[in-house]
Design a protein around this ligand. Sequence first.
Ligand code: 2AM
Ligand code: CA
Length: 270
Amino acid sequence: MQTSSLAALKEHALHCARSAGKLSLARMREPFTVEYKTSASDLVTAVDKEVEKHVIDLILAKYPDHGILGEERTFAGDPSQFDTLWVIDPIDGTTNFVHQQINFSVSIAVYHKGEGLVGAVYDPSRDELFYAVRGEGAFLNDRPLRLERHVRLEEALLCTSVFWNERAEQMGIDQIVKKLAGKVRGMRLLGSAALEMAYVAAGRLDGYVSLSLNAWDFGAGRIIVEEAGGRVTSMAGTPLPFDQKSSVMACNPAFYEELQHYLNLSESNG
Ligand code: 2AM
Ligand code: CA
């Protein structure tokens, strides 16, 4: 992709992220309906669907030949048929949107033939826009993000998720938390994977681990962490896919190997 078109892509992704975040915030202040997806801990609101539709309309107005993989599946086409794919989550942290009314984000990533070009995670409650462009670095609003501090595992503040999942225990989350809790400075659970990964890039958290996330949960966060100088792989150490579920580990590079060791990898964590 040419530099000029990459700059335009970035501007549009940031515009979409801000616009979607502002719409979520406005809708949050009005009554909205909440439905269960698969269980009482898996929620979707009318706002998730409206905001996804809003983002899709914005993307297609400028790039009618691009594909979109979105959590709410409101894109009419088949995402696998497009070279340039926008991977979007209109509200990452829907449970926080409903309960806390803070700590949710919009996540927008652009991939070209599987390569991540642009990632944007916008937190509308705090007006914080985390973004990155492949090869050009990561930013919070306009401040560059660079993981230069060498963090030891024992000094690290780590974050995890997947307690919403009925299979969490079967997948071994309790073992992971038990193993890590005594090795690190602290563990947190914020409830928006995109925001948690953006916080790793910003050095507010030192690492994030999840046994199972969807592509739209990590698509943007992964580009932002990598561009900030962090390491992001599956828990098995393999590159993340751009269009499928995966486990995720994203962290300060200083303790990547040590963290993997404590995760005690098995095939099921791939
Ligand atoms: P969501 O709010 O967009 O659903 C919460 O710990 C994190 O896990 C959030 O990023 C949340 O995204 C994600 N999440 C919630 N339910 C999920 C599911 N069934 N599969 C994968 N990720 C999920
Ligand atoms: Ca979502």
